[in-house]
Design a protein. Structure first.
Length: 87
């Protein structure tokens, strides 16, 4: 994803100095759970968590941890109607 006017929140993300691989576990179970929790810990201290989460939901980003949510959680939120495009 490129950083443009609508995504410049990324420049303030707490993950910008982290290994990007941390946010892309190979699954959502087993050993990946520890990795996911480590990624979430970074997200919890992130000043742009809400912008990031909204972007990922709006853009149907179904890979990796964004805004403290896993892909599975974002899919579920979308199904429940929490990821509408109009936000
Ligand atoms: S919420 Fe998480 S993934 Fe999103 S910018 Fe912040 S640290 Fe990165």
């Amino acid at each position: 994803m490129s950083v443009g006017p609508r995504t410049n929140w990324r420049e303030r993300g707490a993950c910008r100095f982290e290994d990007p691989e941390l946010f892309f576990p190979v699954g959502e179970g087993g050993l990946s759970l520890l990795q996911i929790e480590q990624a979430r810990a970074v997200c919890r201290r992130c000043p742009v968590l809400h912008e990031c989460r909204a972007w990922a939901l709006r853009n149907r980003e179904y890979d990796g941890v964004w805004g403290g949510m896993t892909a599975q959680e974002r899919r579920a939120a979308t199904v429940r109607g929490l990821g509408g495009r109009g936000r």
